[in-house]
Write a protein that binds this ligand. Structure first.
Ligand code: PMP
Length: 288
């Protein structure tokens, strides 16, 4: 496997970063997870725009232009003969000193890993996922804007561990007002009385690219879709529920906090979103 590391394609075994890299020492950096479907990189420009915004928000100057990063992503996929897979694009503050200050750090480290991914077994897309809300809350938006896709995922990892410890694969995270924020790596949607709802970004949700794709699909399917603050009650009483994310795609959710969603099977609207999404991924991509 070839890894892109600061302008070079190196073997996996040789792809090393310094122990003084602030990405490692402090989680000081940003990243993107991107999918490759049938030789096309899905929503590449949207991912690179989000990376730029994340970098700008943390005052990190990206060392490459958008086009240069796009070329590097495609080059890495080609070097690994991948036509379907997952790309992890990471930019850290770079090598610095022990100490929080980013002064003297850099240049930023740019890492691109292209590999296979299977987040959930296919069976779960047919049967649906069961999720549970956990004690760990989403970091307050005024502490770290949820739109920044930073290397600080400890909050989400703790939530995931809490869910796993009680036998669930995914955790529902609330914000400090007790509203639904998102799952640990996915946005949340519910269907209630024919209307699709998802929490607004200021509830603590990442500006998910799959979320935006689902909102576009909602227009195509003429399903009204609103961003609205949601509580656990809204999920417990929803007719349908699904999660969206680059790795998970659109996955039905059939149980929330031990309450069955709808009739306990993935709903008809969810299924139509899954099939539309699967059609779209092969169309909306940048050819390698
Ligand atoms: N929320 C979080 C916390 C995430 O890490 C992700 C990405 N895995 C998402 C939502 C979904 O975003 P996207 O659809 O852009 O992958």
């Amino acid at each position: 496997m070839k890894i892109y590391l600061n302008g070079e394609l190196v073997n996996k075994e040789d792809a090393m970063v310094s122990v003084f890299d602030h990405g490692l020492l402090y989680g000081d950096g940003v990243f993107e997870g991107i999918r490759l479907y049938d030789g096309c990189v899905f929503k590449l420009d949207e991912h690179l725009e989000r990376l730029e915004y994340s970098a700008k928000a943390i005052l990190l100057d990206l060392p490459l232009s958008r086009q240069e990063i796009a070329d590097a992503v495609c080059q890495t996929c080609r070097a690994n003969n991948l036509s379907n897979g997952y790309v992890r694009l990471v930019v850290t503050r770079g090598v610095g000193h022990l100490g929080l200050t980013p002064d003297g750090c850099g240049p930023p480290s740019v890492i691109i890993i292209a590999d296979d991914i299977q987040l959930y077994p296919e069976e779960l897309y047919e049967k649906g996922l069961k999720i549970i809300s956990v004690p760990t809350r989403r970091i307050n938006a005024s502490a770290l804007p949820p739109a920044v896709k930073s290397l600080n995922y400890l909050n989400n990892i703790l939530a995931k561990i809490e869910a796993k410890k009680v036998g669930f694969q995914e955790a529902l995270m609330l914000n400090d007002k007790g509203e639904i924020a998102e799952c640990t790596g996915d946005n949340v949607f519910v269907l209630s009385k024919g209307v699709l709802y998802t929490p607004p970004l200021d509830a603590g949700s990442l500006r998910g690219i799959t979320r935006a794709t689902v909102m576009d699909i909602a227009k195509d399917l003429e399903v009204p879709c609103l961003e609205q603050a949601l509580t656990r009650y809204d999920l417990w009483t929803a007719e349908e529920c699904f999660l969206t994310g680059t790795a998970a795609e659109v996955i039905p959710c059939v149980e929330v906090d031990h309450r069955t969603v709808g009739d306990g099977e993935p709903g008809a609207v969810t299924k139509s979103f899954i099939s539309k999404f699967r059609e779209k991924v092969c169309i909306d991509g940048v050819k390698l």
